[in-house]
Design a protein around this ligand. Structure first.
Ligand SMILES: NC(=O)c1ccc[n+]([C@@H]2O[C@H](COP(=O)([O-])OP(=O)(O)OC[C@H]3O[C@@H](n4cnc5c(N)ncnc54)[C@H](O)[C@@H]3O)[C@@H](O)[C@H]2O)c1
Length: 454
């Protein structure tokens, strides 16, 4: 099937490559000429495991092409996927200008009926706006061509985007048009061979499903961070609590890791957007607001621990920072906890020596050359002469470091661990001052002691 994908970001490029891999003829359109030129030459703009091979192979075999020419894109596919960004607007609601611009482009060039599929994460009601933009564009040309608008949200995780797209848990198709449903079923048939993955529903429910999924996951994380903060104050160890509740199959082990807060391009933006949608609908989303507030506060927790350790004296100190990406297996630093932490350290007059396995170029792009940031080639180099180590992203490479070397290279053996990678008792035995998240090694508060004595 001939398919057009607008947007070659995390979603569009991965989706395009995966659809080509199963045999579709895919043309990806992007307005970013440098990105498109790079893709044609085999340069992949983002890091995703398996993506480079997939793109190069399908491009070489002629099933995956790239263009900046929107007219060519519109002419190519009966199905037109919209996978452009929907960043937060000033009030937190999703900015639909890119999505609606693509709809207008399609209307401006189409010469036969099209099925327009929104893959971007868009608020409930966006399909109506896309429909209106298409109708307006066609009317302006005096064209009476037909079209359908379908919602098909994407659930891939950055860091495992290719694997998620190749083996999705479910494929949500929001449409009430049987013909459009049939076409989308044909597109996705190769992904449903093992068992039926397709769930067809009305457009609004499909749009809301995406937000509900991300907000549920964000809620699990914020809940766990709240428990971690409580555990610290009560002298309990959140890692034991995590195992204790994760073993309950109704709860599960996933997304209950306490840490330095969630980041990335999706959770923060989608929680904010759902809050805005709810308020627009006259409903106060108290739980979602709490999830967001807890997360904002959580990104500052590690800095608070650092401040307390040094009694507020951070000026002139330097910190080794392991992990810049918002999570492992990606170079994406959008809304990353590392940024909040580095910026707070800089504001307090400290320096940062940072290392990340994939996000070094992105850090350079974001922050450029500055005296208080040293981007280091290895995790060991980042330690040299630093006052303490701050672990921010749970990359595999950080899980079992040579602690002797860490101690030698730091001026003092101090570790602030924002992802609970290490065992506090072992760290104490090795002579480190160790701070994790929710590891209540502190003495129980006096009131609890009194009651246990009684
Ligand atoms: N990143 C994720 O993990 C993820 C997962 C699921 C859903 N989503 C959603 O998918 C959407 C895209 O996210 P992303 O991370 O891929 O974004 P991105 O910012 O990485 O990529 C968007 C791309 O769209 C291009 N673009 C903008 N306007 C265009 C136009 N008029 N025509 C053609 N191309 C245009 C940009 O140049 C850019 O390359 C968002 O709504 C996001 O919420 C993202």
């Amino acid at each position: 099937m001939r398919i057009t994908v607008f947007g070659t970001g995390y979603v569009g490029l991965v989706q395009g490559a995966v659809l080509a891999e199963v045999g579709h003829d895919v043309l990806c359109v992007d307005v970013d000429a440098a990105k498109v030129e790079g893709l044609k030459a085999g340069r992949i703009p983002i890091y995703e495991p398996g993506l480079e091979e997939l793109v190069k192979k399908n491009h070489a075999e002629g099933r995956l092409s790239f263009t900046t020419d929107a007219a060519e894109g519109v002419a190519h596919g009966r199905i037109q996927f919209i996978a452009v960004g929907t960043p937060p607007d000033e009030d937190g609601s999703a900015d639909l200008s890119y999505v609606l611009a693509v709809a207008a482009t399609i209307a401006g060039h189409m010469a036969e009926p099209k099925v327009v599929v929104t893959k971007s994460t868009v608020p409930v009601g966006t399909a109506d706006k896309v429909r209106a933009a298409l109708a307006e564009g066609l009317a302006a040309r005096g064209s009476g061509l037909g079209f359908e608008v379908v919602s098909n949200p994407e659930f891939l995780k950055e860091g495992a985007a290719v694997a998620d797209c190749m083996r999705p848990d479910r494929i949500v198709i929001g449409t009430s048009d049987p013909e459009a449903e049939d076409l989308l079923r044909e597109v996705y048939a190769p992904f449903s061979r093992n068992h039926e993955k397709i769930i067809v529903m009305d457009v609004r429910s499909a749009e809301l499903t995406k937000y509900a999924a991300n907000c549920m996951l964000a809620t699990k994380i914020s809940f766990m961070n709240e428990m971690a903060n409580l555990a610290e104050r009560l002298g309990a160890d959140i890692e034991m609590v995590r195992q204790g509740i994760g073993s309950d199959r109704r709860i599960g082990y996933q997304f209950i890791y306490p840490g330095a807060g969630y980041g990335g391009s999706c959770f923060p933006k989608d929680v904010k957007a759902l809050i805005a949608t709810a308020r627009e609908a006259g409903f106060e989303p108290a739980l979602m607001q709490a999830v967001e507030d807890r997360n904002d506060a959580q990104k500052a927790v590690l800095v608070e621990k650092i401040r307390r350790h040094y009694a507020g004296e951070l000026k002139g100190r330097s910190f080794a920072l392991w992990g810049l990406a918002f999570k492992p297996q990606t170079d994406d630093m959008r809304e990353a906890a590392s940024r909040v932490i580095m910026e707070a350290l800089w504001a307090a007059g400290a320096r940062v020596q940072a290392y990340d396995p994939e996000a070094m170029e992105e850090a350079q792009r974001l922050y450029g050359d500055r005296e208080d940031l040293l981007l280091c080639g290895t995790k060991e180099a980042a330690l040299k002469g630093a006052d303490a180590l701050v672990v921010v992203t749970e990359w595999q490479a950080f899980r079992a470091p040579d602690f002797e070397l860490v101690r030698e290279r730091l001026t003092e053996p101090v570790i602030f661990d924002g992802r609970n990678l290490y065992d506090p008792a072992r760290m104490a035995r090795k002579g480190f001052a160790y701070y994790g998240i929710g590891r209540g090694l502190a003495e129980p508060p006096p009131r609890a002691r009194e009651s246990s004595a009684a």
